[in-house]
Design a protein around this ligand. Structure first.
Ligand code: HEM
Length: 421
């Protein structure tokens, strides 16, 4: 996805670079390989890249000067992945401070175990409850989406990824945080550059510092004078006499920009691709909007935007028959778990009518996605807006080879559609 970087003086394209590091353009459909591996064993020794054979442009932990003492493992079956997420005392979220995302985001909720995680989550989740978000749906979410549609609705054609899905989730988070609109492009770029720590440490660290300085000033302002936004809620949240420090809030905000934007843009693009690739399913939701919630869940099951996360084994254990020593990294493969054929019939098929069973796109257990209500609300608003305004849209028949791509983060690079005006 390169659209916003084309007219910049700095030719560096963090969006394209990040996509490539995640296998975009190189990995088209990892699901048959996941299925084959899962049939052989629910858990394999190696990294996602080494066991699947898909070569990724992501350096190993050696990049950070850390040589793992034990070999890593990947969990492929639904039962194994669910257990890794559920048993947080055995499968720890802590990573060394000198490593990976902690290096650029600071100490975030993603890297905490209990009791620290429970206390921290209790404080920040006040801002993300379904009730807290409901009021934003009409005031904020729908207007952001409508603004994008206004820009192309009279043209009769559009790229739904580049012109809509790519930027609306970030704009919504920025508005929820009360960040100035003029800074949006810079934010989006810095949020993705943070993630580039996996390929370009210097750039990742520079982005982290710039974001930290900027956000620190806003947090201090909101401490002095609360406003109607999430940063104010965080600055004044209190639980059992505990409050968040400035560093804790800034680390959370650094996480929120990529966590909320990269995922939701991809999941809504994947869902639109699924619906538009099978006209009957698009027509079904045109005829009956009550199908929207199950269409969203099926999209998340079928093509989760993030196919893998990571844990570290805190004690020796046996996972689905495979012994794993303490200290080993264990990667729950959400993509493989969501396509487990012992749980879903014909799992590689996108079918909004299939019997609904909980999927793992938002993970599970104590770290289950904090933004899931927001993600669902944003995606439902997106579908309602498109169904209200351009229900006859279809994939451009002239566009060649539109498809979802990537190994860890997945999305279509573009989604060209045509419609009547
Ligand atoms: C479809 C969209 C989304 C997907 C698929 C998704 C997926 C995930 C997953 C898999 C995790 C667990 C990570 C782990 O345990 O290692 C997670 C955690 C998290 N997500 Fe999301 N996410 C989405 C949208 C959002 C949004 C919109 C926000 C906020 C604006 C958000 C904020 C968070 C936060 C703060 C955590 C950390 C929770 C914790 O560690 O307790 N996510 N998400």
């Amino acid at each position: 996805m390169t659209s916003t970087s084309e007219h910049r003086e700095d030719e560096h394209d963090p969006f394209g670079e990040f996509d490539r590091s995640q296998g975009a353009g190189a990995v088209r459909d990892p699901y048959p390989r996941f299925a084959e591996l899962r049939r052989r064993s629910p858990v394999h020794q190696g990294t996602l890249s080494s066991v699947t054979g898909f070569v990724l442009d992501i350096p190993s932990m050696g990049l950070y000067g850390i040589k793992p003492e034990h070999p890593p493992y990947v969990a492929f079956s639904h039962a194994a992945v669910e257990r890794v997420y559920r048993e947080a005392a055995t499968f720890s979220s802590k990573t060394p401070e000198s490593m990976g995302m902690e290096l650029v985001m600071g100490h975030t909720i993603l890297n905490m175990d209990d009791p620290e995680h429970r206390a921290y989550r209790g404080l920040v989740q006040q801002a993300f409850s379904r009730n807290a978000l409901a009021r934003w749906q009409y005031e904020l979410v729908r207007p952001v989406i409508d603004r994008h549609i206004d820009a192309f609705v009279r043209r009769g054609s559009a790229d739904l990824v580049g012109e809509l899905a790519f930027s609306f989730p970030l704009e919504i988070i920025a508005a929820l945080l009360g960040l100035p609109e003029a800074d949006l492009d810079t934010f989006h770029r810095l949020a993705v550059e943070l993630l580039l720590i996996v390929t370009d440490i210097e750039r990742g660290l520079a982005a982290s510092q710039k974001l930290g300085e900027y956000l620190g000033v806003i947090v201090a302002e909101r401490r002095r004078q609360a406003s109607d936004d999430i940063i104010s809620v965080l600055a004044h949240a209190e639980l059992d006499g505990q409050r968040l420090s400035d560093d804790e809030i800034v680390a959370f905000l650094r996480l929120l920009l990529p966590a909320g934007a990269e995922t939701t843009y991809r999941s809504s693009s994947n869902l639109l691709f699924g619906l538009l690739s099978d006209r009957a399913q698009w027509e079904a939701i045109v005829a009956d909007r009550n199908l929207i919630p199950q269409a969203i869940e099926e999209g998340l099951r079928w093509e989760p935007p993030l196919t893998m996360t990571s844990r570290t084994c805190a004690q020796d254990t046996v996972l689905e028959g495979v012994p794993i020593p303490a200290g080993s990294e264990v990667a729950p493969c959400i993509g493989a778990a969501n396509h487990d054929d012992t749980r879903w019939e014909d799992p590689d098929r996108f079918d909004i009518m299939r019997p609904q069973r909980p999927h793992l796109a938002f993970a599970f257990g104590p770290h289950m996605c904090l933004g899931l209500h927001l993600a669902r609300l944003e995606t439902a608003s997106l579908l309602h807006a498109l169904l209200d305004r351009i229900p006859d849209m279809r994939l451009d028949p002239e566009a060649e080879d539109v498809h979802i791509t990537g190994l860890v983060f997945r999305a279509p690079a573009r989604l060209p559609v045509v419609f009547s005006t």
